[in-house]
Design a protein around this ligand. Structure first.
Ligand SMILES: Nc1ncnc2c1ncn2[C@@H]1O[C@H](COP(=O)(O)OP(=O)(O)O)[C@@H](O)[C@H]1O
Ligand SMILES: [Mg+2]
Length: 321
């Protein structure tokens, strides 16, 4: 299993939820995972019902079996200060940075540089080792920008190419790309069984591949149970009015005549959705990627729901050696 798992997808398909469930699922058997967010939305804090995350890794959940999930909201300005301190060994950082003009730079920071700082921080967490020489985190899961922006976000080398004269940033971009393009990384795309997100997923995969980034899995989220079998779906789309009215009457339901219309409409609606989902599933199958499938949580994606999704992911092989 890759050590850096990047989760993207069309907005609203469940990126943050899936990233959190994945981090929980990977924290099996005493493993430690870091869940990072990069867009300053505090979505992770909301999901885990904790206060806003500071720029600091802190434990937010314990997985069944004793694993731990840490979380970090990465902030570009703070990442820049970290970075300068690390690379230039700046003591008395504040004073020195002011002298360098870095504080001003931090507020007007170019988008490409911002991205390399954000991805750089995540890659640093992947590579970080403790005193015992073992990785501090077994896995890092990133709640990434949406599909339309993720390739550009991850392809930091191209983004900073125009700034190549700034040596250290260029070197940092290359170091980051080395991690992002390695088998240590997998980029997953979350989708629903609906036309728009599936189309975005197909486009996103093509873009990621063209950029040489490792595509992981498609995560089909919010899958609803089938309530009608094949025969019932066919019946609902056909003209079986009389027969259904007779069946209702023989079951002793009063005023069964008035019930037939709404019931058939309901069933036909379900049948149409099943058809649409089938078509979208065929498109996804055509992409030839392995998929995870997560159920629609009727009670919403609260903490209990997250643990349920994590269990579901483990059942589908996440965290298996
Ligand atoms: N499997 C699911 N079942 C039910 N609701 C879900 C599921 N996954 C996500 N949600 C809900 O969908 C909404 C969007 O999810 P979120 O993870 O914030 O998406 P994104 O990060 O892609 O914008 C949230 O209200 C979340 O609780
Ligand atoms: Mg989100």
């Amino acid at each position: 299993m890759s050590r850096l798992q990047v989760v993207s997808g069309k907005g609203g398909t469940g990126k943050t939820t899936v990233a959190a469930a994945l981090a929980l699922a990977l924290a099996t058997e005493g493993k430690r995972t870091l869940l990072v967010e990069v867009e300053g939305r505090q979505g992770i804090a909301q999901l885990f019902e904790t206060e806003a995350l500071p720029y600091e890794e802190r434990k937010i959940a314990v997985a069944p079996g004793g694993g731990e999930v840490y979380a970090l909201a990465i902030d570009a300005e703070r990442a820049l200060l970290d970075y300068l301190q690390m690379f230039y060994k700046l003591g008395g950082a504040g004073r020195a940075l002011k002298k360098l003009g870095a504080i001003d730079f931090a507020t007007t920071i170019a988008p490409g540089v911002r991205d390399v700082l954000l991805t750089g921080k995540a890659c640093e967490a992947v590579r970080r080792r403790g005193r015992d020489g073992r990785p501090v985190y077994d896995h890092v899961v990133m709640d990434a920008p949406p599909t339309g922006r993720v390739t550009r976000f991850l392809n930091v080398n191209d983004e900073v190419a125009g700034l190549a004269r700034i040596g250290p940033i260029h070197n940092q971009a290359q170091a980051v790309m080395k991690v992002l393009k390695s088998p240590e990384t997998a980029v997953h795309l979350v989708t629903l069984l609906e036309e728009m997100p599936v189309q975005e997923t197909a486009d996103g995969i093509a873009e990621l591949r063209a950029a040489g980034l490792p595509v992981g899995r498609v995560v089909v989220n919010m899958v609803r149970p089938r309530v009608l079998d094949e025969a019932a779906v066919r019946a609902a789309s056909g003209e079986r009015r009389e027969e259904i009215a007779r069946t209702l009457a023989s079951a002793g339901i009063a005023d069964s005549g008035a019930l037939v219309g709404p019931l058939l409409e309901e069933a036909a609606g379900h049948a149409r959705r099943v058809e649409l989902e089938r078509a979208q599933r065929a498109v996804l199958d055509g992409l030839g990627l392995p998929a995870y499938e997560l159920p629609y949580l009727g009670d919403g994606a609260d903490i209990a729901g997250l643990y349920r999704l994590a269990r579901e992911l483990r059942r589908q092989g996440v965290g298996a050696a």
